[in-house]
Design a binder for this molecule. Sequence first.
Ligand SMILES: Cc1cc2nc3c(=O)[nH]c(=O)nc-3n(C[C@H](O)[C@H](O)[C@H](O)COP(=O)(O)OP(=O)(O)OC[C@H]3O[C@@H](n4cnc5c(N)ncnc54)[C@H](O)[C@@H]3O)c2cc1C
Length: 452
Amino acid sequence: MTSTVVRDSVAAARTGREPGTIAIIGGGASGALTARAIARNSAWRTVLISPESRPGRGVAYGPAEEWHLLNSRAAAMSADSTDPQHLLRWCRERGMTADAASFLPRPVYGDYLADQFASAAGSRLSHHRATAIGVRPDGPGYVVTDDTDSEIRAEHLVLALGNPPPCVPSAVSAEARSDVAFVADPWAPGALDAVPADQPVLLLGTGLTAIDVALTLTRDPWGVPIEALSRRGLLPRAHPHVPAPAVDLEIEATESLAPLIRRLRRAVADGAHWSAVIDHVRTKADRLWAGLDAAARERFLRHAQRYWEVHRHRMAPPIAARIAELHATGAFQPRSGRITSIEPDPRGGLLVHVEGEQPKRYGGVITCTGPGPLPCSAGPLLADLLDDGLLRTGPHGLGIDTDENGQARPGLWLVGPLRRGHLWESTAVPEIRSQAERLAAALPLPAEHHLR
Ligand SMILES: Cc1cc2nc3c(=O)[nH]c(=O)nc-3n(C[C@H](O)[C@H](O)[C@H](O)COP(=O)(O)OP(=O)(O)OC[C@H]3O[C@@H](n4cnc5c(N)ncnc54)[C@H](O)[C@@H]3O)c2cc1C
């Protein structure tokens, strides 16, 4: 984005504190939706800092291919909570057939988000293409330094950095971590390019990331089976082909775990579809999570989280069908097990020991365990902010400590997955959208506005 307006706006923020400047670091769904909400709801000038050419796509909707489908129906994915039809209208205007129950291709959704950012951009919203490398407090605001040697000064700073990368399991030796056969982060650009198609591959994890990686590797004929291993070997469930009728259960915010699970099972036994029960609980998940004490949360994380996730984070039916086909032919082999060590093999590749099994050599081992805990999984910018004391790790190391609007300290805000911990649901678009809208509403008026 190089219009004069944009250059002027970024230049204004560089030269000294302009009254009413907000900087957003991160150009995925969280950054783009926050920028859009601020542009629509306030008089702030906003500069979004991210390295991508078109903000909006991020990790989830950027590098995807046409056959990568959303995990949610189109009805849930509008950029605007007050206009649930917005995405469907956008699709129809472009000649696409889609209805509320459709699972759209992820690149289409990425285009939609990028379009939302582009149409909100103008005199009050600009994109500065760079990677932020430092943040320091500056009076009542912040200065962001980046890899283009710019300094952006802003009164408010929003961090929309996405998920922390996965945590490398402790069973992986230091030598194995630096081996070419080991992929620490499957979402890193080009991470899967060097995985050999003619040698066994092991995915660490059996959730949606493992599903995505298995589909990506098998898009072209793949020579050997892809194994996927997790403690319980559970795969995500599939969405029903037709959305199940909604259910309405009376759930107390302070309900404790075991009776709640019993009640949910009873609702299913009484005829409710399990997916509708889960969808209903999801709407109350943050309040339920907030109502649990620390010990109950730990119990949930240890014993129930995985079961929640496989029901909550579901596959679109065509994805589930493809996985079932790969499973049936033996091309994809999910199973349970506990890895005790992963070491480089002198013959090349990695030697994996699974408890109670003979060691086996793999040409590629790919971490598909989802976001790692903080602070150990923090990327460089986040790690510096934690070290400098500008941010604190939140409950259970799931995210960053913030108040209910996402403010970590005066003028420093977070949106998106890093808010997990205080919130339970903080990674999907409906929740990100509402965080963005709430942040925009919670901002004070810019200083220049007061002066008018
Ligand atoms: C494969 C996949 C499929 C999904 N499908 C769905 C779905 O169907 N429905 C749903 O509701 N949710 C889905 N989600 C979840 C959700 O939409 C994503 O988690 C969400 O897109 C997160 O967006 P984000 O902007 O927070 O993070 P990201 O997309 O990770 O974006 C982070 C951004 O921060 C930038 N950044 C990081 N560090 C810096 C820095 N130092 N300086 C500048 N920029 C920086 C990155 O370049 C990037 O632009 C999916 C997630 C994944 C991974």
